[in-house]
Design a protein around this ligand. Structure first.
Ligand code: ATP
Ligand code: MG
Length: 393
């Protein structure tokens, strides 16, 4: 039986003209990183695809699933890698079609690339099509919109044969769009926002504001779990944790109740921007969605935005909660976010927060003699497991 390999398809990268090689190389590196836990033999470019081979010669379904999660991957096909022997690749076509699931119509699609193989695509269609018609007498050949397409790709001395493919997450390889700082809570929204920006090629540096020392460190650990869940896709870097409880207490004593949340958020944004400068990140990301909660009205967004000069990306601004929850399921953060944890948001909450803040009132509140600018060096805020302390069950 011929070896089983993964053929990785990407489409958007193909549109990038001169950058194409850079994008492909980045995707090769990201796949190598994502597959560190597998016995990968090689990841390389083959005729408009990436080829992933494994030391045993038979890549597993789990490995294909791990590949499908990497941004930049449009589709993944488990293919048989055959020699130019007609008997071998026709046999592989029968096997590929029999493994492909339910279908009633099919066709063969052959492509030749940099090869001097004597058979042309039409010959291959006839040859493989004939063998498949004999092997599946109750199925029909259909040229337009068949249920299944058996692909036969001839490249130099090899023939790749596959039928079924699984859909990848799409997007662009992480690392091709620079770096962002993402404000990560343990809620549903910000992990999804992070994933979306990561899928467009950005490396995301997560920053979490915890309520410590006024709260336990549960939210910090949940954020670490979220980071771990997004790690296989290569999207996310190490977590910064900012213990924010003391500062919130200070703010809650100094500013009118109704402006507390806005003031907390202004300080969070200012600290995040400082971290962004240290990290060389070019934008901030939040999980805000218009009107979802009191702080997410246009007035309040403006009152918080004005403290930073970096662009703030809000990929969920037009999303409904249901859509966000579905996406959280897909990316594996839903269950983590379902666990309740106190973070800085639940501390010192006003009973009636301002929903349409006036900037002059906000400015007046912020000019009170309180040191709202975080004094600690953000580098020292990086989370370490020792810093987090032992996790309680
Ligand atoms: P999420 O589900 O992401 O927690 P939310 O619906 O609870 O969002 P808010 O509490 O208004 O909404 O937070 C809006 C955004 O501000 C979050 O999506 C996140 O980007 C950021 N944010 C909120 N709390 C924190 C925190 N403790 N640490 C870091 N960022 C935070
Ligand atoms: Mg929240």
């Amino acid at each position: 039986m011929p070896n089983r390999v993964c053929l990785v398809h990407y489409h958007e990268i193909g549109l990038k003209g001169k950058n194409r090689a850079t994008f492909e190389n980045q995707l090769v590196n990201n796949l190598r990183r994502a597959l560190r836990g597998y016995a990968v033999a090689d990841v390389r470019r083959v005729s408009g695809h990436l080829l992933v081979t494994d030391e045993s010669g038979r890549v597993s379904d789990e490995m294909a699933a791990a590949i499908a999660r990497v941004p930049g991957v449009a589709r993944v096909s488990l293919a048989y890698l055959c020699s130019l022997s007609e008997q071998e690749y026709c046999g592989a076509a029968v096997k590929a079609l029999s493994e492909a699931g339910e279908f009633s119509t099919f066709k063969v699609h052959a492509r030749r690339s940099s090869t001097n193989y004597e058979l042309h695509t039409l010959d291959i269609h006839q040859l493989v099509g004939g063998v498949l018609c004999d092997a599946f007498p109750d199925k029909k050949v259909e040229m337009h919109n068949p249920d299944m397409i058996v692909h036969v790709l001839v490249v130099q001395g090899s023939v790749y044969v596959y039928a079924a493919s699984q859909v990848g997450v799409g997007g662009l390889p992480v690392g091709t769009a620079g770096k962002v700082v993402t404000l990560l809570s343990s809620g549903f929204d910000s992990p999804v926002a992070t994933w979306m920006v990561g899928r467009r090629g950005a490396i995301c540096v997560p920053v979490h504001f915890s309520g410590r020392p006024m709260t336990a460190d549960t939210s910090e650990w949940l954020c670490q779990d979220i980071v771990n869940a997004l790690e296989p896709a290569g999207i996310i870097g190490r977590l910064y944790v900012v213990p924010f409880g003391e500062r919130q207490r200070e703010i809650s004593l100094a500013v009118p109740q109704s402006l507390r949340i806005i003031t907390y958020r202004r300080v969070m944004f200012a600290v995040s921007e400082r971290i962004a400068r240290i990290e060389g990140a070019k934008a901030l990301v939040t999980g805000e969605s218009l009107g979802q909660v009191a702080s997410q009205t246009l007035e309040n967004i403006a009152a918080v935005n004005e403290v930073v000069s970096l662009p703030v990306l809000r990929p969920l601004i037009g999303s409904d909660k249901q859509e966000i929850m579905r996406r959280a399921e897909q990316i594996g953060t839903h269950e983590i976010s379902s666990q309740a944890a106190e973070d800085c948001c639940t501390l010192f909450m006003p009973r009636r927060p301002e929903t349409h803040a006036r900037l002059d009132a906000v400015h007046e509140a912020s000019s009170l003699p309180v040191s709202f600018v975080y004094q600690d060096e953000p580098r020292e805020m990086r989370a370490h497991h020792s810093y987090l302390g032992p996790r309680k069950a």
